[in-house]
Write a protein that binds this ligand. Structure first.
Ligand code: ADP
Ligand code: MG
Length: 328
């Protein structure tokens, strides 16, 4: 029989060391205290990931931890917030081991350092089925400066960070549902992008300064762009030739027509989609490049509200059966 630590031993051994702020009381009380600075707002958001839906059970525990935390940090970045802390609720599946929890906590520790966040509490429970991880993260920004989905105006330029479609293609490679296979290094990059989202935390201050609207692309570029347009009561036009694609994604798109659909409507990008007034577009791109985040201009906002479109090489709108990944 496998001997496993009690719930309280787990918390004490693996989670307490992650709770450095005195307001977390070393995870010995029922709740934590966070005192916001005056003149700042707290930005709150939660994301839950489940085994078999967002990650594979056999993925390294540190990678699962990184994904659970980073999908949250990505949402905060998209709102212009600098991350501060998080709450972690875990439902461990029937086969959990102490080694697994240790690896998971190590992954969190590494990312806490990388993104400068700390743990404030949570809950530990068990699940009769698979592992479920719910993180609620919070960030800060100057009062009133949150970047909403709703501020895009006709004429604004649409930008996206990084490259699009890598993670969704990486998932298809793992599932074996893509015919053309990219070469070793390019395939590794796509697989890595599925496993390790890169929240664009450094972009937050620049977004606050320039963006009329923004969100993080987590369910698919077209679907998330449609959310932004609907919230802003505008339309939008993207240009397929302007899409930033990694070498592997480009190769797949050239060889398998279904890859472009995946790139445009598949999930897990965790890049930032933002709109800025045209006169600010160059400064926005230049300033974000200084923070190490590459932005690409991919389209513009138009007055005619309605589902946004993406134009192909010949200027004709592409059509999709669905715009993004949905759970139901
Ligand atoms: P309750 O009985 O109210 O659910 P717990 O005994 O579960 O409280 O939790 C005790 C302390 O441990 C609390 O400070 C809680 O925030 C913390 N905690 C429990 N599970 C986790 C976890 N997975 N990550 C971080 N903190 C946790
Ligand atoms: Mg509890």
């Amino acid at each position: 029989m496998v001997v496993r630590p009690s719930e309280f031993a787990l918390i004490e051994r693996y989670f307490r060391p992650l709770a450095a702020d005195p307001g977390a009381f070393g995870l010995t009380d029922d709740a934590a205290v966070f005192v916001p600075k005056s003149g700042e707002d707290l930005v709150l958001q939660a994301d839950l990931i489940t085994e078999g839906v967002h990650f594979f059970a056999a993925d390294p525990p540190a990678a699962i931890a990184a994904k659970a935390l980073r999908v949250n940090l990505s949402d905060l970045a998209g709102k212009g917030a600098t991350p501060v802390g998080y709450l972690l609720s875990l439902a461990l599946g029937p086969a959990w081991t102490e080694d697994w929890v240790r690896g998971f906590a190590d992954g969190l520790a590494a990312d806490q350092e990388r993104f400068r966040v700390t743990l404030y509490g949570g809950d530990t429970n068990r699940s009769a089925n698979g592992l479920t991880i719910s993180i609620a993260a919070f960030g800060r920004l100057p009062a009133g400066s949150i970047v909403r989905r709703s501020g895009a105006a006709p004429g604004d330029i649409v930008f996206v960070s990084g490259t699009i479609g890598d993670a969704a293609l990486g998932l298809r490679i793992r599932q074996g549902t893509i015919d053309a296979m990219p070469a070793g290094k390019a395939a590794d990059h796509l697989l890595e992008r599925y496993l390790f989202p890169q929240p664009r935390t450094e972009l937050a201050p620049t977004l606050r300064r320039y963006a009329t609207s923004a969100l993080d692309v987590s369910d698919g570029l077209m679907g998330d762009f449609a959310h932004l347009c609907r919230a802003s009561k505008v339309g939008g036009e993207l240009d397929v030739t302007a899409l930033p694609l990694s070498a592997g994604a480009r190769r797949l798109a050239d060889h398998d027509p279904s890859a472009l659909t995946t790139i445009l409507t598949g999930g897990d990008d965790y890049e930032i989609l933002a709109t800025v007034p045209e006169p600010d577009a160059d400064s926005f791109a230049a300033e974000s490049a200084k923070t190490g985040v590459v932005l690409s201009r991919i389209g513009r906002i138009v007055a005619d509200a309605g589902p946004p479109v993406i134009l192909d090489h010949d200027g004709r709108p592409l059509r999709f059966q669905r715009l993004s990944h949905t759970h139901f």
